[in-house]
Design a protein around this ligand. Structure first.
Ligand code: SAH
Length: 474
């Protein structure tokens, strides 16, 4: 049976795609249905048909899913940032757990029974909204020429006004209102990427959740902000305001931040504290150990600080340190995980490709009074083979690569180094599964896997995995 464009079909949705489309089957033919969620039965219209699958629009909900919820955000369909917002949070978590499981089976080639035996239940959030500590709003104009801020409507560069994304902190709205009001009053133009003219491109806002400190960085296509004192006067009335800066980006590019940052008022950075939690106890209470990080506009810092505490504490638990170990933390960013590990290891070595991040990592080490963490700038796959032998036997390796996963050279060096344990932190189950297959072929065994929800409302899932050598002990 072949299906064609504009044809109507009735389908029950059984799964969801990474992009948040509902997935259902009609006689073995797969349909990707925008705006449908797991459990819906709907009449759909085919928009684009291929041989074995098609993209379809939801025409009529015949039986809405019991897992449907009213999305809190009025613009969630246009935005597309929260692909799963119409699905109950409980079901979102189940979806993510399944996604990790399926990747390990289908891509990693592991037996389903085995995967089920090593998977632990996903670590969910208590509050799946207002969890992001960072927001980047593009600035533009509406049809009347008034300045607006919001988000890009799915895959376009036209801005849908929305000052209050429900994932971000409440302060975002007030800050953006002040900036738009200032632009109107002082006739400050918004950047237009088609002509390359206009001044204000983006607004970056960050908040230290534990410190309460706020950072605003205005990204401009120029090197000054007119009537800057007026803007500063208004912004500094917001409680917690700590750092106001300007980022200079005069290039015709999709990259948001420019390389040069100028502090206009207050400190160049904000601080935030991450507590170590006891993942063995109910409610994951603080252990009393904590680390403080300084975050500048360009630093990478996890966007969900509450879940980050759990994620890092889980990494620490999986690492199983006793104080005698030599540990490598690959893809270490500003050294956040490294510092967690350093408290319980003999020595930690961190590797990161961005030089600025390593400068931050070294500063963070000093600030926290740590003397057993050393950092290298470079690619993990190059630094590790070059330096590891100088430091003797490695006991534990932690990796936290970007979506594309680890480089082959990195994986083969890890296997050669034969650490007792490897802790793999992944933001993409597909590349995680691919890499785990390589590590297991190289003599490692998966012991524990725990997905963690860092991005409620979205389809993204983070996973922590513990591997150990399968050496037989007598
Ligand atoms: N562990 C950190 C950062 C994780 S994000 C944290 O939790 O905050 C992944 C990091 O890997 C980024 O900082 C990125 O700059 C870095 N990176 C990307 N490719 C790399 C490579 N080939 N070698 C080393 N670091 C790399």
């Amino acid at each position: 049976m072949e299906y064609k464009k504009n044809q109507y079909l009735t389908v029950t949705i059984e799964d969801m795609s990474d992009k948040g489309e509902g997935i259902g089957k009609v006689d073995g033919f797969t349909l990707f249905v925008k705006d449908a969620v797991i459990g819906d039965t709907a009449q759909v219209k085919i928009m684009k048909a291929k041989k074995h699958y098609a993209y379809a629009h939801l025409e009529k909900l015949l039986a809405p899913s019991p897992h449907r919820v009213e999305p809190v955000c009025p613009t969630h369909r246009q935005c597309g940032g929260c692909q799963l917002q119409a699905l109950s949070y409980e079901q979102q978590l189940l979806f993510k757990q399944r996604k990790v499981c399926n990747s390990l089976v289908r891509i990693g080639g592991f037996e389903e029974e085995f995967v089920n035996s090593v998977m632990e239940p996903i670590l969910g959030m208590e509050q799946p909204f207002r969890y992001r500590n960072k927001a980047q709003y593009p600035v533009g104009v509406d049809k009347e020429g008034n300045p607006i801020a919001g988000f890009y409507a799915g895959r376009t560069h036209s801005i849908v006004p929305n000052l209050n994304c429900s994932l971000g902190v409440e302060e975002n709205e007030k800050i953006l209102e002040i900036i738009l009001e200032y632009m109107k009053l002082k006739k400050v133009s918004a950047y237009d990427e088609t002509t390359g003219r206009g001044l204000v491109r983006h607004v970056l806002i960050r908040k230290g959740f534990t410190s309460g400190e706020l950072m605003v960085c205005v990204v401009v296509n120029g090197n000054s902000l007119p009537a800057q004192e007026y803007l500063i006067g208004k912004l500094t009335q917001i409680p917690g305001m700590t750092s106001i800066s300007m980022s200079i980006n005069t290039e015709n590019t999709n990259v948001i931040m420019g390389r040069e940052i100028r502090t206009l008022w207050g400190r160049p950075d904000i601080s935030d504290t991450i507590h170590v939690r006891d993942m063995q106890k109910e409610g994951y209470p603080f252990t009393g150990r904590e680390l403080t990080f300084h975050i500048s506009p360009l630093s990478f810092y996890q966007v969900n600080p509450v879940q980050t505490e759990k994620l890092y504490s889980l990494v620490l638990e999986y690492a199983g340190l006793t104080g005698r170990e030599t540990v490598w933390d690959l893809y270490c960013g500003i050294g956040t995980i490294s510092l967690f590990l350093a408290g319980q290891a003999k020595q930690v070595y961190g590797v990161e490709i961005v030089p600025q991040a390593i400068e931050d990592a070294r500063e963070n080490v000093k600030r926290n009074g740590i003397d057993n963490a050393e950092f290298f700038v470079g690619k993990a796959e190059e630094v590790l083979p070059e330096f590891n032998e100088r430091f003797g036997q490695t006991d534990v390796i932690v990796v936290d690569p970007p979506r594309k996963g680890c480089d082959e050279a990195c994986l083969s060096t890890m296997i050669r180094m034969q650490p007792e344990r490897i802790v793999y932190v992944s933001c993409d189950p597909a590349t995680l599964a691919r890499d785990l297959k390589v590590l297991c072929e190289g003599g490692y065994e998966i012991k524990r896997v725990r997905p963690t929800d860092m991005f409620g409302g979205t389809g993204h899932v983070e996973t922590v995995c513990l591997l150990s050598t399968c050496r037989v002990s007598y």
